[in-house]
Design a protein around this ligand. Structure first.
Ligand code: GDP
Length: 486
């Protein structure tokens, strides 16, 4: 009963089994406690080890975060060009790249990396991202203060001399004998560029010897366009720790995402109003996310036809009856309401599906109500208001009992992963075709896909297929060479 789930009951664990810290003031960020009441309980048990690790991290962040004397000292050393030995606090600073879905995936990956390497995670929050998320760590902030000296995201690119790979190429650092590298002999910071290049992570740094060298830098700047968490699992030095944190490897983003991302009260207002107005009383909620990528345009008719094929083949919505048949026979399903939530930049899919159920009854007597919160027409990476709507829609989708999404979309990945629901993925047509023969396939995991896997063999020349040798990754349904944890 969905409406019952919107009313908090004592038995519902507000802190999600210890995933969330008890140290926050509830009213400052209502979504932290309310959002999960709109969803079914998580299907993935939380490891007590992860809980312990998060509490330890929070204490570390509070000790070393912005506003502390340790932070001021670390900034002073950075400005003075020094990387001291045995630093008490180390940092990784996240820089944004691409749209909101991509950003959420890379923030979660960077946080996991911070947990594994004892770094404090700080975020360069651009204007378009301001006021979207609550602070996730109690008694501190994850926002990079404005006076940070290397604050220009445009200087962070594959050619930056501070990039680790360029440092290796230029002989500034060496990775052949990491134990002999002294921190104080290194530059004051390193830039880690984890971007895909021709659908491979540009340079593989997920190797033990590189991680040993990288760990000696007190400041790391990181920019990525990829969900690189699976690459951390493939780094031998992290394997044991990750196994303890995530006995269910499929739950990495599901748990870290629910821990980190909480819409601010302003965005939560949008989400809550919409949910209560249109979704709360439905018997079943079904989310459709239709994303058309500029680099792979698909004609509206073809995409719509594919969506309808998927709906029919997977029985996602009731079949239509005859318009004139005002049947008096009732079925067990009669009168039940299926709410369809459509997220798309365009209104066409909504218009047609709504029209279908407006003009025709269903064979079962079920009611299909179709909604679309916004249709922004264009994606606008740099508009704050646009991002608020995007975030609201990711959340609204994540309350669905069933999700169907467009292949390749990180926006959809975040939604189904929050939900803990395996989606149906609307496949992309083959490169030389306009239509996909197969309408949709069910994902085998609720993990997002890493579109651009690293070369597993590190320094060795030959390529190894990670999915063939690692039992916990497989290729993604929508991106054949991509990898996802399961
Ligand atoms: P991806 O490009 O699909 O992997 O997802 P991203 O979230 O990284 O980038 C797409 C951006 O386009 C989003 O962040 C939004 O700004 C916008 N966008 C795409 N689809 C939708 C949608 O259905 N609703 C809204 N509000 N915005 C969308």
């Amino acid at each position: 009963n969905i409406s019952a789930s919107t009313t908090p009951t004592l038995s519902q664990d507000k802190l999600l089994g210890g995933l969330l810290s008890a140290a926050f003031d509830e009213s400052s960020c209502q979504s932290r406690y309310k959002s999960n009441l709109y969803r079914k309980p998580s299907p993935f048990p939380l490891s007590p080890y992860l809980v312990q690790k998060l509490r330890k991290y929070e204490a570390y962040h509070k000790k070393c975060g912005p506003g502390t004397k340790r932070y001021r000292r670390a900034i002073k050393q950075l400005k003075a060009g020094r990387n001291v030995d045995n630093a008490e606090c180390k940092y990784v600073v996240w820089f944004p790249c691409n749209g909101l879905g991509n950003r959420m995936l890379t923030i979660a990956s960077t946080f996991l990396y911070a947990l594994l390497t004892d770094r404090v995670l700080l975020m360069h929050v651009a204007a378009e991202q301001e006021g979207l998320f609550c602070e996730p760590f109690p008694g501190s902030s994850w926002v990079l203060p404005g006076d940070f000296p290397h604050n220009n995201p445009f200087n962070l690119n594959i050619d930056a001399p501070e990039s680790y790979i360029n440092m290796l190429k230029n002989g500034v650092v060496r990775n052949d004998d990491p134990s002999s590298v002294r921190a104080s002999s290194l530059p004051p910071y390193v830039y880690l560029h984890v971007e895909q290049f021709r659908l491979k992570l540009s340079d593989n740094v997920f190797c033990d010897e590189d991680q040993a060298v990288l760990s000696k830098f007190n400041w790391m700047l990181l920019k990525s366009d990829s969900y690189f968490a699976p690459a951390l699992f493939m780094t031998p030095v992290f394997e044991a720790e990750l196994a303890k944190m995530f006995p269910h490897k499929e739950s990495v983003f599901h748990h870290l995402g629910r821990y980190l991302f909480h819409p601010t009260n302003r965005v939560w207002g949008i989400i809550r109003r919409y949910y209560e107005a249109y979704l709360a009383r439905a018997d079943e909620k079904i989310g459709f996310q239709i994303r058309i990528f500029p680099e792979k345009p698909i004609k509206f008719e073809n995409m719509y036809d594919q969506l309808v094929r998927c709906i029919r083949e997977q029985n996602l919505l009731p079949e239509l009856g005859e318009p004139a048949a005002n049947s008096t026979t009732t079925t067990a399903e009669s009168g039940k309401v299926k709410a369809v939530l459509i997220a798309s930049l365009y209104s066409g899919y909504y218009e047609k599906i709504r029209g279908m159920y407006y003009e025709n009854p269903t064979k079962t007597g079920e009611i299909v109500a179709v909604y679309q919160p916004s249709h922004e027409e264009q994606q606008q990476y740099t508009s704050n208001e646009h991002n608020q709507k995007a975030l609201a829609e990711i959340y609204l989708l994540s309350y669905s009992d069933k999700i169907t999404m467009s292949a390749w979309s990180t926006f959809g990945y975040v939604a189904y992963s929050f939900a803990g629901v395996k989606p149906w993925i609307l496949l992309r047509p083959d490169w030389n075709k306009e239509v996909s023969e197969v309408a949709c396939v069910r994902s085998t995991s609720v993990e997002p896909c890493l579109h651009s896997p690293p070369i597993l063999s590190c320094r060795a020349k030959e390529e190894v297929d990670a999915a063939a040798v690692k039992p916990y990754v497989r290729h993604c349904e929508d991106v054949g060479f991509g990898l996802k944890l399961f």
